[in-house]
Write a protein that binds this ligand. Structure first.
Ligand SMILES: *Cc1c(COP(=O)(O)O)cnc(C)c1O
Length: 231
């Protein structure tokens, strides 16, 4: 399968999932997850219409950034260490993985220094898996209350990585729970928070995620095929 035909297939499935759930196709955006790929491979997806790429390592973004057209947007979808915040702010338009006061505080500090507003999502470990980053559902609102005093941060929504499973129906419940929290938070008045983005769904489970309300899906394998993620 070529990258082009993979993207065609995903777009079709996205449209079908939107239709099944009564959503408009423009309400969901595809992020091409390009971690471990070299720019020449990334460019094939970009030439075929990918406009947002997702990466999980700061160093990898810095290394590849100049080889990619400047109208492509970069999202950091992986864990961010506080000591890398300073390096990355110039390169990404959205950080999906904020899950602590200390990380938010560092982002605030660096953003204030360069007089910018940084858009972030809060990562939630809905299934409470030991191996994953992210807050418990109940810890999200307290973090948002801390961020109310951080004027250079704008929280745009929530992100989760669901447990890996053969049957995506197994993780529907986690997407539902995150959507419920998202809807609840939309109704809470909080400074520096505008709940608009729900980042959930990967190659295995993006159709279920769309049915449950995802507005961003992050797909790597489905576009580029299997690759070694243990880097
Ligand atoms: C790798 C990765 C993805 C994409 O996973 P695929 O199963 O290859 O689609 C999505 N989100 C995050 C946070 C990732 O690290």
């Amino acid at each position: 399968m070529s990258i082009q035909s993979n993207i065609d297939e995903i777009r079709k499935r996205m449209a079908d999932a939107c239709q099944r759930s009564g959503r408009s196709i423009d309400s969901v955006q595809l992020i091409a997850v390009t971690k471990t790929l070299e720019p020449d491979t990334m460019l094939k997806a970009i030439e075929y219409g990918a406009r947002v790429v997702g990466e999980n390592k700061v160093q990898e973004i810095l290394r590849k950034f100049d080889a990619i057209p400047s109208d492509v947007q970069w999202h950091l979808i992986g864990h961010l260490q506080t000591n890398k915040v300073r390096q990355i702010l110039d390169y990404v338009v959205l950080i999906h993985s904020v899950d602590s006061v200390s990380l938010a505080t560092e982002i605030q500090k660096r953003a204030e220094k360069s007089s910018r507003i940084v858009d972030i999502l809060i990562e939630v470990n809905v299934a409470q898996e030991e191996s994953k980053h992210g807050l418990k559902l109940g810890d999200v609102e307290p973090l948002l209350r801390e961020i109310e005093s951080m004027k250079n941060i704008r929280v745009c929504g929530l992100m989760t990585v669901a447990p890996f499973t053969d049957d995506p129906e197994d993780v529907r419940i986690y997407f539902k729970e995150l959507k419920q929290l998202f809807d609840h938070l939309k109704g809470v008045k909080l400074e520096n928070v505008k709940m608009e983005i729900l980042s959930m769904g990967m190659t295995n489970d993006y159709e279920v995620a769309i049915e449950e309300g995802a507005t961003l899906i992050r797909v790597g394998t489905g576009i580029f095929g299997e690759r070694d993620y243990h880097l």
